[in-house]
Design a protein. Structure first.
Length: 463
């Protein structure tokens, strides 16, 4: 059987339901409904098997920073596959693409982050980090420093290690997570959890939970704190301005390592190469993936400080993946970084399109269903609420209204993701002003339709 984009949608859906298990999906529910089949993409636009053209407000899964259809990346893969499709980086061996990409990342990364350990995904990279920080302390004669502190509603991946670092309770409920040695503190989500405090006070309160947790565990037992500069999968939660400076003070005071998970924030998403630069953070390790190759190849990694690399280099670090530094993935990532840089895409985001998007996106806060609209660079979210003034949650189960809104967006040929009752955008960085206008118009229309439906179904009630 040969399948193609011309195979009837129903046939593709039936085979998909019969044989393909989807991530984070209720299998039987999807099988009954049929998955949407995406067949092509160009720039910021997807085409599905029914011929719809859909504006991709999520850059795939927060990753297609450079946009779809770049032949240069295909050429880079082709060239590398013909020259050296695979060789490993174990056993005292290396190759040009891994060397070149590591050097490029060392140049791009801030401060003394000059060393790269490669993986194929963000999850793998965070598993590396988990073992690396503990090994670092063991090498420094402090093997009792095992605890890693992270945050509820943070996302760091889906493997056992990275999923444990993450703070997604639905994930922890399945398969024996979190593993021991990981402690979670609350997130700096002022809009939902800030109550009567000001955002600045709340940011300080939430940062100081880190200090309280360090003191509870014993500072001598804590290895690291890991966090996304801006939470992505948790709902694009932009922390109050007071939050990160206080976190930075605390990790410095207690001498614990700081891991900035840049899997979403990295590679231009916030208007700089890394979210750490936008938020004024000085990490010891940065997790990278997604935008590193704009999703054209699966590749991730950890960018590590001189000090951490030197200590780790003093032992044999018994860790690595077959595809650590995969030559084709490295070649494609290098080409992606070259284009993002030479075409001025990151600069254009910072200076031109992100300010335009911010202006238009924040106007969504005027919609009767929207409580707040927050955006940094090209990642933003709006909170749906039955009552703006009191920042109320819906009485209906969290996510009910968000799901309805996402369905409306789909129907209007716009991909916007929902996280509970927040709607997210994270478009390709190459999105034009005209396309931003289309995005906002479709979002507004979808909100209007959602409001009608929510009222009709009696869902406009506060918890
Ligand atoms: N860290 C962060 C900050 C992420 O957002 C990972 C690590 C894990 O990367 P991999 O490559 O292993 O998936 C991520 C991934 C969503 C969604 O629904 C977000 C991610 C993955 C899947 C779904 O928003 N982020």
């Amino acid at each position: 059987m040969t399948l193609s984009a011309n195979t009837p949608t129903a046939e593709l859906q039936a085979l998909d339901a019969a044989h393909h298990m989807h991530p984070f999906t209720h299998g039987a529910g999807l099988a009954a409904k049929g998955a949407r089949v995406i067949t092509r993409a160009e720039g910021c636009w997807l085409t599905d098997s029914d011929g719809h053209r859909i504006l991709d407000g999520m850059a795939g899964l927060w990753c297609v920073n450079i946009g779809y259809g770049r032949s240069e990346l295909a050429e880079a893969a082709r060239r590398q596959m013909l020259e050296l499709p695979f060789y490993n980086t174990f056993f005292q061996t290396t190759h040009v693409p891994a060397i070149a990409l590591a050097k490029r990342l060392a140049d791009l990364a801030p401060g003394d982050l000059n060393h790269v350990f490669f993986a194929s995904s963000g999850s793998e990279a965070n598993d590396t980090n988990l073992r690396m920080v503990r090994t670092y302390w063991a090498e420094k004669g402090q093997p009792q420093r095992q605890w890693i502190i992270s945050r509820w509603n943070g996302y760091h991946g889906s493997s056992v290690g990275s999923g444990s670092l993450g703070g997604m309770k639905g994930m922890h409920a399945q398969g024996g997570m979190p593993i021991p040695g990981i402690a979670h503190i609350d997130q700096p989500h002022w809009w939902l959890e800030g109550g009567q405090t000001s955002p600045e006070e709340f940011g300080l309160m939430r940062a100081r939970q880190l200090e309280e947790k360090i003191l509870e565990l014993g500072p001598q037992n804590v290895a690291a704190f890991i966090a996304e500069p801006i939470q992505g999968a948790g709902g694009v939660i932009v922390p109050p301005d007071s939050y990160w400076p206080e976190i930075q003070r605390i990790v410095k005071q207690y001498g614990i390592l700081l891991i900035a998970d840049e899997v979403i924030c990295g590679f231009g998403r916030t208007g700089n190469w890394f979210g750490a630069q936008t938020l004024g953070i000085t990490p010891d390790i940065m997790t990278i993936a997604k935008g590193l190759s704009s999703g054209y190849q699966p590749i991730g990694g950890s960018i590590v400080s001189d000090e951490v690399a030197e200590v780790i280099g003093g032992t044999e670090f018994n860790h690595g993946y077959t595809y650590s530094g995969h030559p084709v993935a490295c070649a494609v990532a290098l080409e992606n970084l070259r284009l993002l840089d030479e075409e001025g895409i990151v600069t254009r985001v910072r200076e031109e399109t992100a300010p335009y998007l911010k202006d238009r996106f924040e106007s969504l806060a005027e919609h009767p269903l929207v409580g707040e609209a927050r955006i940094v660079g090209m990642m933003g979210s709006i909170a749906l609420t039955p009552d703006k003034a009191s920042r109320a949650r819906f009485e209906a189960e969290a996510g009910t209204v968000g799901f309805l809104c996402r369905e409306r967006c789909f129907a209007n040929n716009l991909i916007m993701r929902h996280v509970y009752d927040r709607m997210i955008v994270s478009p390709p960085l190459v999105i034009s002003k005209d396309e931003i206008d289309i995005l906002i118009d479709r979002a507004w229309k979808s909100l209007d339709q959602t409001l009608v439906q929510v009222k009709a179904e009696g869902l406009m009630r506060s918890a």
